[in-house]
Structures are given as C-alpha cells and as structure tokens.
Write a protein that binds this ligand. Structure first.
Ligand code: AMP
Length: 531
C-alpha cells in the first residue's frame, strides 16, 4: 500500500496504474472505524484500485467547532487501510490541497500565523450546492459546512477521477448533496451510498464518539431507539409527519442529557420538508450530548418489496424468478426483455450495431414499459416508446443481436436507471448477475442461486435434447460453463457477485418447484420479521 501526501505523487501513481482499470474512492477525515471500513470493503469488492483519502477539511468546520480537537490517528489509519487491502492513501496537508498562494495555513507547524480559514472565511474557490439543500437540517446549525464539504469533495473527485465513490448513509444530507453535485456537474462517477454501521447498542459509529464517556455512549443510543420507534409506527401505518416526529421526540425525552437540535422529515433526494408522506422519507436527527454533536437517521420507504436473484448462467434463475413472481403476485422484471426491446428499436431505426454513440442516444431517449399480461401464456408484456413489442422482441434478428447491444456500457447504464425506476415502486422479482449488488442493493430478499458445474452441464444437455438439438458431450459442456463462469465473474461491466447479505441456494438435485417454494417461504419469513 502506498501513502501519498502530495498531489504530484497521487497523480503519478494513478497515471501509472489506472490504465482501463476501475478506481474506487473513499473520502474520509481519518480516525477510521468500522463504518469507514465498510465503505472500503464496498470499494474493494467492486474496483481494481482502491484509494482512501484522509483529510480533516478546515473548510467544513465553523469557527467555534472542533477542527483543532478532531481526532487524528494517521498511523493507526494506515494499518487499518493496509488490512482492508487499500492500494493507496492520499493524506495531503491543507496547504497542499488548497495551495499556499493564498496564505500560509500555519497548521502543519502548529503556529497560526494567519487566521485558519474555515467555513466562514474560505480562501479558495468555493462550490455552492443549491441553497435549499444546504440551509436545511444540519445546514441551519452549521452555516458554510456543506459548501466546505462540496468544495473538498469536488477537488478530491477531480484529483482521483474515480469510477465509483463511496459515502455513508449516516451523513444523509451530505450524501444527497454530493449526488446532486455529481449530477449537476455531469460527472460520470457513480456515488455509492453505504448503510450505517452501528455499535451493538444501536449507536451509529462516528469518529466523534471518541469524545463520549462510556455512560454517554449508552445515553446516545437513545437516538437509534427513537428512530426505531418511528419506523415501527411507520410500518404499522402512520404516515403523519407530526406523529413520526413526535414519536422520536418522546423517546429521546427519556434521556434528558440528550439535547435535540432538530428532528426533521424530508425527501431523501431533494431534502425538501415533507408535509405529507410520499414514497420515501428521511427522518433525521441532530442532538447534543455535552459538547458532542451527534447525528442519525432512518429512511422510511413506502414501497412493495423487491426480490433480487443473482447467480451463474444455467442455475435456473429466470425460470425460478418467473415462478416466484407468479406465486407472490409480483411483477417479473424481465430485464432480458428490456435489452431485447432496445435491440428491436436499434434494428427498426436502422442503426448499425457497432455505432455505440447512436445507440447510447437512442437508449437515453427510450421508455420501456413492462406489465404482467392477462394471458397466462405471456408472462410479461413489453412496450418501447409506446410500441407493443411483446412478440417482436422474440424474433431471430433480435435474438442474434441482443447480446452485442447488452454488452455496451452506456446501454447498460441507461437500462439499469430504468430498472431502478421500477424499484421505487417495488413489487418486483428481478434476476441477473448483479441485481442484488448493484441494481437493487436495498432489496428485501436477496438470493444467490447456484448449482455445481456438473449439474448445470447435465441440465444444459437435457435442454438441448428437449429442443432436439445435436448432442454435446458432458465434458465439453462442463468446460464451456467453467469458462463462462470465469468470464462472468471477471468482466468489467456487471460482474457476477454474491451480495454479502444474499442467501445462497445450492440447487443441485432440486427441481424448479422446490427452489421456488423455498424462495417463497424465505420471502414470507423475511417480511414477517421486518413488519
Ligand atoms: P468522515 O470521516 O466522518 O468524514 O466519514 C467519511 C465517510 O464515512 C463518510 O461518507 C461517512 O458518511 C462515512 N461514515 C462515517 N460513519 C459511518 C457509519 N457509522 N456507517 C457508515 N458510514 C459511515
């Protein structure tokens, strides 16, 4: 693992090593804990190169905040990063990052020759996200904070130019603002939100927890309990803003040492105050315990569940997914049909299959609709730009072309966006290679369906026989499957992966009906636990 403290070192390293590889980036302020490590692990499992930055950004601290006291533990952080297989740490000084042309920061030698710039007196170009996102929630109490965050994140993203950047959902307002920043500036960087990591008591991990005594940590766990109470109220049907906020308030009131700064219910993407609950709400709290400021939140979602099934080719995913959807009365999100519909449109439009830019344009303008048909023979009806293509997408021309089009990164990006729009409403079963890890990481039930190479080869041989195709030897089929597995797990676009929280079902010796029944039963178990 490398440690760089200069922009020159980092740039040179990336210039030498990136060459077509995926770069994952985790920006932090150091004093690393298990929350940060979960972000790093996320980055490690999806990228070839992982960069972590450690930088206590003065621009995001107010003049009376804890910039000087903020915990700094570079040596320990270095060891943790090494254990987590980080490739390089970028730990610049404030002077290195913001430049000395505008004055000497005096921080590195401990002598404040000039006032330390902070969120009130920035001395560099400042990035200003929309005011309606920065002046609410924590922004009301920390003027200039999110401008400081947006400025440093912009600089770091420009330096690292990652494919994926990882942020914690604990800082939900920060995450929403960064998503907006990246969208507004048209960066093709994927911002990945990672779930909150908590102590056994429920207290969200934070570098600032170091300021708390053991007793205070116990007291602080009331924040999590209060959010859980509100979640319970929500799950039993309460949608009223006042009731949800009041539930949190009453629970926190049990611990008088915890002083509420705010309790708010906002839209998780726009951060607009929610008067009436729509499909999702972010219930967020900031509170003080002594001089320590703590934040926590929960996202409440009013949507039908999602079942995500991944697994290697030949494990029976699509047949099982159709059956599961039918048994549960959910929509089978036929992603294959979506790629076929786009292929049909490409052919209709007379665009050459290798004209990727034109296909990207077409994909970004297309609207695909799916619905469960009344006809039991048709599992899914498919429209693209209002053309009913349910039958047309099964033609030989489309079949011959679809895999070449599905392999184009922009096509995939666009169709994943459309799939995720379905995810907002939920009520779907979807299958693929990275449905649970990438497309619907918040699916209620994640299944990884697999079978031994031998079993899959036998099934394939049986399929060929049923279709009256020429016989292929078992040895040959096994070799083909093995090669396909290697290709699918190592491909750059959408590699096959098992989500950490997916349930593995080994289907050797099991029929479709048995596998379906098992998934349906897991679904009912999961839902009865989470309700
Ligand atoms: P910080 O070092 O506090 O700036 O945090 C760096 C990144 O780690 C941010 O994206 C945080 O949201 C994330 N993070 C901090 N605490 C947690 C946690 N308990 N769970 C998940 N992510 C976290």
């Amino acid at each position: 693992m490398r440690l760089f403290t200069t922009i020159a070192g980092l740039r040179c390293y990336l210039g030498l090593h990136r060459q077509g590889k995926n770069v994952g980036f985790v920006p932090t302020m150091g004093a690393l804990h298990a929350g940060h490590i979960s972000l790093i692990e996320g980055a490690r499992s999806h990228n070839d190169i992982v960069i972590v930055s450690i930088f206590v950004n003065p621009l995001q601290f107010g003049p009376s905040e804890d910039f000087q006291q903020y915990p700094r533990s570079l040596e320990q952080d270095r060891q943790l990063c090494q254990q987590a297989r980080v490739d390089a740490i970028f730990a610049p000084s404030a002077e290195e990052l913001y430049g000395s042309g505008t004055g000497d920061w005096g921080l590195e030698i401990g002598v404040a020759r000039l006032p330390i710039p902070d969120s009130q007196s920035p001395i560099s170009t400042t990035v200003l996200p929309p005011e309606n996102m920065t002046s609410v929630l924590c922004g009301r109490f920390r003027p200039g904070h999110f401008q400081g965050v947006a400025t440093v994140v912009t600089k770091l993203l420009n330096l690292v130019q990652p494919n994926n950047a990882y942020f914690g959902e604990k800082d939900a307002q920060q995450l929403a603002i960064i998503r907006r920043l990246v969208a507004d500036l048209n960066w093709s960087i994927k911002i990945v939100g990672c779930p909150i990591v908590r102590e056994a008591s429920g207290l969200a991990l934070s570098s600032r927890n170091q300021y708390l005594t053991l007793e205070q940590k116990e007291q602080a766990s009331v924040l999590y309990r209060s959010l859980q109470q509100a979640k319970k109220a929500f799950q039993s049907g309460d949608r009223d803003r006042a009731i949800l906020i009041d539930t949190v308030q009453q629970e926190i009131a049990i611990v008088p040492e915890v002083q509420i700064e705010y309790i708010e219910l906002v839209h998780p993407t726009t951060l607009m105050r929610l008067e009436k609950f729509e499909e999702a709400g972010l219930l967020a709290i900031a509170a003080r315990l002594g001089s320590t400021r703590l934040i926590d939140n929960v996202v409440l979602r009013d949507r039908q569940p999602i079942v995500a099934i991944d697994g290697p080719a030949g494990a029976g995913k699509s047949t099982v997914a159709r059956q599961v959807a039918k048994s549960l009365g959910l929509l089978y999100l036929d992603t294959g049909a979506m790629y076929r519909a786009l292929t049909w449109l490409v052919l209709e439009s007379g665009i050459r299959v290798d004209d990727e830019p034109s296909i990207a344009e077409l994909a970004s303008r297309s609207q695909i609709q799916l619905s469960t048909g009344d006809d039991p023979q048709i599992t899914t009806r498919v429209w693209i730009n209002d053309h009913d293509v349910t039958f047309a997408i099964r033609s030989l021309e489309v079949t011959a072309m679809v895999s070449a089009i599905a392999a184009q990164p922009y096509v995939r990006q666009e169709l994943v966006k459309q799939q995720q729009r379905w995810g907002l409403k939920g009520g779907i079963v979807a299958e693929g290679r990275d449905i649970a890890t990438h497309v619907f990481p918040d699916a209620e039930l994640k299944i990884f369906l697999t079978a031994s190479v031998h079993e899959r080869a036998q099934r394939r041989q049986q399929d060929l026989k049923n279709q009256q195709q020429p016989n292929v030897s078992l040895v040959q089929l096994e070799q083909d499957i093995q090669e396909r597995d290697t290709r699918d797990s190592t491909r750059v676009v959408a590699p096959l992966q098992k989500a950490a929280d997916a349930i593995l079902i080994e289907t050797d010796g099991l029929g479709i009906a048995e596998v379906t029944a098992r998934i349906v039963s897991l679904y009912h178990q999961k839902l009865s636990v989470s309700r």
